[in-house]
Design a protein. Structure first.
Length: 477
């Protein structure tokens, strides 16, 4: 009887303990579910569900084609032919001009090394950029002749003139009359070759402008310092604003931008730890740095789409450096580049999320193929290229990160889900701490996409990619 009573007591105690454990587990799950995002303990949505997100539905494909223009394309729109690798400086300038004017146009991406489709290398290089303007029935004879010219000219200055003449009432004005006697924009365009270091290799201007001479020597550090001082003085001439001609962007900014953009990244890499050889050193070149900032903050088309990042221009510098070193006239002219920083995403600046959202909203408002948020734009890219990204991730990991396509596919969907809700997880007005938005697998996929699958500006612009890196960085904080 005593053994039976003891057994009953043990049984009751076991039941009580089990009940309490079940109750405790249930409470913890309820708390976790309440405090964490609803998707944290469930698989991410399906592709159909993601594509049905209201902000992504009914988005037309961007008007961009590869190599040739399909016959089905609207013939009433101008067509810009530019290089698909986003290296050509002249192409960048013309692209930026169409973007800042909010022109409705079509893009054909062409391999600059095979731009004409024949075997004449010199002719292939000379075919970009160019714009094919639509014919109009009411053109007089002079306009018809001009149309014939526009389909072949590759001079970015002439192309900007054509854009302005065809859209004279559309802001911004590329050549604003500051006075009856001075055309500041055209004057500053003409000053570019004289202000920047002379005798640099013209064949490397798109890769690394003003750094190398074709005789196997480097442009002297003193020449760079003098050029930057002259740009600083140019800025001081127009004190009403931080653009090259004052308070609004003009053709001068558009023509100079591709070269100054590369210069700011590459010059400090070649000449390390020299304040006078860093265009963005605010303590030395405050006016020059103001120009970079105003372009990034007040020209949405530039920061949202056209501007390249430091990683892209470093790769171009590596190409140019190899060419230079092969013909260097001596050891003193040899260039040894430092290793790239170890920090993840070193090439992407940490932006204010709120400011990024404002800039993006202005840019996407007249472009129906874009998502309404930067995170949504990255999501659209990932959805459109999901098979390529998943296959590449599985092949690159060799099973270390993703066991199979299903694992990688689920991780990619998780990343997209977080990006679509980026404004919630990075709401700076909220005082509550947010949970880590990505699982370990999702973080691996986000890093792989950001580092290996997305290039700026070939695939996406700086602002959307910056949001992807905000998601990644938040997982390390």
């Amino acid at each position: 009887r005593l053994r039976t009573q003891e057994a009953l007591r043990n049984k009751k105690q076991y039941r009580h303990t089990s009940t309490m454990m079940l109750f405790t587990t249930t409470i913890l799950l309820l708390i976790a579910t309440t405090l964490s995002p609803s998707w944290a303990f469930t698989p991410p949505p399906s592709w159909d569900a993601l594509q049905s997100t209201p902000s992504l539905t009914n988005r037309p494909s961007p008007p961009i084609y590869h190599d040739t223009l399909p016959e089905s394309v609207d013939s009433s729109l101008p067509v810009l032919y530019r290089d698909k690798d986003c290296i050509c400086a002249a192409c960048e300038g013309v692209w930026l001009a169409l973007e800042v004017k909010n022109v409705e146009y079509v893009t054909v991406l062409v391999d600059k090394n095979n731009a004409s489709g024949d075997d004449d290398g010199d002719e292939q290089i000379s075919m970009l950029p160019r714009i094919s303007w639509p014919s109009t029935t009411d053109d007089d004879e002079s306009n018809k002749n001009d149309h014939d010219t526009t389909t072949t000219t590759t001079d970015p200055v002439k192309l900007l003139e054509q854009i302005q003449s065809r859209y004279p009432d559309t802001a911004p004005q590329f050549y604003p009359p500051l006075s009856s006697a001075v055309d500041a924009s055209r004057c500053n365009i003409m000053r570019l070759p004289g202000v920047m270091p002379r005798n640099s290799d013209t064949n490397l201007m798109s890769y690394a402008p003003y750094l190398f001479r074709d005789d196997g020597t480097l442009v002297k550090p003193s020449s760079h310092a003098v050029s930057l001082e002259e740009v600083e003085e140019m800025q001081e001439e127009y004190y009403l604003g931080d653009f090259l001609c004052g308070k609004a962007i003009t053709a001068a900014d558009i023509i100079w931008a591709p070269y100054l953009e590369r210069y700011a990244v590459q010059l400090p890499i070649v000449y390390r730890n020299k304040a006078r050889l860093n265009p963005r050193n605010r303590n030395v070149y405050g006016e020059v740095d103001n120009w970079y900032k105003v372009m990034e903050r007040e020209v949405p088309a530039y920061s949202c789409r056209v501007m390249g990042d430091a990683k892209h221009w470093r790769k171009c510098l590596e190409v140019a450096t190899k060419i230079h070193n092969e013909r260097a006239v001596g050891d003193d002219e040899w260039v040894s580049l430092p290793d790239a920083p170890d920090q993840k995403g070193w090439w992407v600046k940490k932006n204010s999320v709120a400011k990024a959202g404002e800039i993006w909203s202005e840019y996407c408002s007249q472009r129906p193929w874009l998502a309404p948020t930067p995170g949504g734009e990255v999501s659209l890219f990932m959805i459109r290229h999901r098979e390529m990204i998943v296959d590449a991730a599985v092949a690159a990991s060799l099973g270390d990160c993703f066991d199979d396509e299903n694992t990688a596919d689920e991780a990619l969907r998780e990343v997209i889900q977080v990006l679509l809700e980026w404004d919630v997880y990075f709401d700076q007005s909220s005082e509550e701490e947010t949970a880590q938005p990505l699982s370990e697998s999702g973080l691996r996929m986000a890093l792989f996409a950001a580092e290996e699958m997305i290039q700026v500006p070939r695939d996406l612009g700086m602002i959307p990619v910056g949001v992807l890196w905000e998601v990644i960085r938040s997982c390390d904080e």
